[in-house]
Design a protein around this ligand. Sequence first.
Ligand code: 5GP
Ligand code: MG
Length: 176
Amino acid sequence: DNLTVLLDESGIKRALTRISHEILERNKGVQDVVLIGIRSGGAFLAEELAQSIAMIEGAAVPVGAIDITLYRDDIKSHTSRLPVGKTEIGFSLQGKKVVLVDDVLFTGRTIRAAMDALMDHGRPECIQLAVLIDRGHRELPIRADFVGRNVPTSLKENVQVIFSAQNQPLEVVLEK
Ligand code: 5GP
Ligand code: MG
């Protein structure tokens, strides 16, 4: 297989630092901002963004995680699928500025399902979307507010987001 490195560890770090600044700028700080990562990659990245925001702003943002496996509208048989993780949102989203975080944005179906699931946790003031990679091929009218890198891909290609055993992002590779 043909592998191309799209982002190395420092490239990912720079992208996440920029996105952190953009989140702070858009929301004029961290007041009412919460991060919700989509398991599994997005949840790891949400933790990274929270650390980065804490470094820049000196303030903590609540972080939650959501598992949307069972909400996917394109998975026909839910009974044969078990959730890969748990949804852990230990706070109300009422009136919050929710930043959804995922590793790769593709058709947009995962984000649609995530927004659906979030509404069970209160009515947020707004929902924004941060992704490390936007690989195109949207099937729904969904776009990201914060993007690490836009990567035009073919449908046959796959983006590998590699994490360490400690869930630190190490590398993003395009697999042709
Ligand atoms: P979508 O629902 O937008 O079609 O796909 C997005 C979800 O599937 C994300 O949670 C993402 O983790 C995963 N995904 C889709 N395409 C890729 C890809 O090329 N590489 C990786 N690593 N994940 C992908
Ligand atoms: Mg995923």
